[in-house]
Design a protein around this ligand. Sequence first.
Ligand code: UTP
Length: 408
Amino acid sequence: MTFEEALKKCEEYGQEQLLRFYDELSEPSKQRLLAMIEETDMSVIKYIGQGSASANRGVISPIECMELTEIREKEDSFRKTGLDAIRKGEVAAVLLAGGMGTRLGSDAPKGMYNIGLTKEVYIFQRLIENLQDVVKEAGVPVPLYIMTSDKNHDATVYFLLQHEFFGYDPDMVHFFKQEMAPAADRNGKIYLEEKDRISTSPNGNAGWYASMIRAGLDKEAREKGIKWINIFAVDNVLQRIADPVFVGAVIEGGYTSGAKVVRKAARDEKIGAMCLEDGRPSIVEYYEMTDELMDAKNEKGDPAYNFGVILNYLFSLDELDRIAKNSLPMHVVEKKIPHIDENGEHIKPEEPNGYKFEQLVLDMVHEMKSCLPFEVVREKEFAPIKNKTGIDSVESARELCKLNGIEL
Ligand code: UTP
């Protein structure tokens, strides 16, 4: 893109400030900035001030969840069905590791965090060890796709190579990068991170399938005969991945997707709850939970919105292709955004100073024809690491690991 073309694009979106330092840049820096302006989707700015993406919710009603008692009764059959699918190579896993992990406060990718006490136990290691359990049980490797972002790709790949993928077959591991979105101030002006660089951040965890398509991995998956994709978050160090019982339950029930859920620890726990929205599967976020929803009862007389999602979903590849062109709601999130000011000084804000733009995987669930909420034992499968201390932290995850006999 030439300077004139870049200026035209910036003017179109009211973002001329991005070229403020252009004249003082070296030739390679000029080229870098022009390329970034060309790549950046500035149209996201229009979402500022449009109200929350969840404001236009449909009618929320309870969804039936498959609870532990039923799962235990049918476990043998589910396991067999799931293992058959895994052995036929129909199941792949996708690790969503493109996030910034800002709450944890480490500059390195979250998966590189060492939760060990007497030895090194990295988050990535824990996830791969969990997946290895299934590989051993099934006797076949499960393809593992890892989504990174511009911000953490090189560090992630280097780290996993250095640790020889913690014993996972490297031929079974594929990386792809998610897209980035610009970050803007409260007036909708996109920030510069450096004089030659726009401030960007990963565009949320819902872009993973679009990014897989862009990388040509959807075709590759199809050619391999993959029919189901289990996506999972980087930060839950206890989760079961490609869990045959879960896979089997979704297949036997004829669902197009499944969501692992845990029974809420408190009626106002900060966790999204599975529901139906206008008759389709959906998730009501904790901040959308009114007293009325918290107190609502289902047909059995149990709390109606009592099962929280843990970002571990199974999607049918056919269904992913069907919804690939649908646009998802955009979430405008207030964040602290480091940037340079009009004098070129670096600013590291203490308080939120602008917006990032994210699409969330929970909105993808709403696009599915059907979804099976599948209960798992909280203490055995849910140890998220969001913070260093307190709730959902390194500390709480360590306790849960110990409880499950995992040496740290
Ligand atoms: P979180 O919502 O916890 O975000 O991500 P985060 O970026 O990791 O952490 P904070 O909020 O900055 O502290 C849940 C999962 O979604 C992935 C994360 O890597 C994590 O596995 N994710 C999130 C992406 O892959 N891409 C994104 O753009 C955002």
